[in-house]
Design a protein around this ligand. Structure first.
Ligand SMILES: [Zn+2]
Length: 84
C-alpha cells in the first residue's frame, strides 16, 4: 500500500515549478514517514513540483477534489482506487 502526504505548492516557489495553475495547488508526496512527522517539510511531489507538506490533510480526500494537481492525481490513481 502506498501512502501519500499532501503538499501545498506555495506561490513564492512557483518560479521553479511549472507555470502553476493556482486552482490546483495540492500535490501528492510519497510519504516515507507519517504525514504528521513530515508537516512543514519541503518535499518533491510525485509530479516533480516542490511543495510544503501539509500534515493535517490526507491525500485520499484532497486528491479527489478539484483543487488537486491533475498529474499527481493520475500518478496516485491506483492507490486512490484501492482506498475506495
Ligand atoms: Zn502535482
Amino acid at each position: 500500500m502506498s501512502a501519500y502526504a499532501v503538499g501545498f505548492s506555495r506561490p513564492d516557489r512557483r518560479s521553479w515549478a511549472q507555470p502553476a495553475d493556482q486552482a490546483t495547488s495540492w500535490h501528492a508526496v510519497e510519504a516515507h514517514r507519517p504525514a504528521d512527522e513530515l508537516d512543514g517539510e519541503v518535499e518533491l511531489a510525485v509530479c516533480g513540483a516542490i511543495v510544503q507538506i501539509w500534515g493535517t490533510q490526507s491525500w485520499d480526500r484532497v486528491g479527489a477534489g478539484r483543487s488537486a494537481c491533475a498529474e499527481c492525481r493520475q500518478r496516485t490513481a491506483p492507490a486512490l482506487r484501492h482506498a475506495g
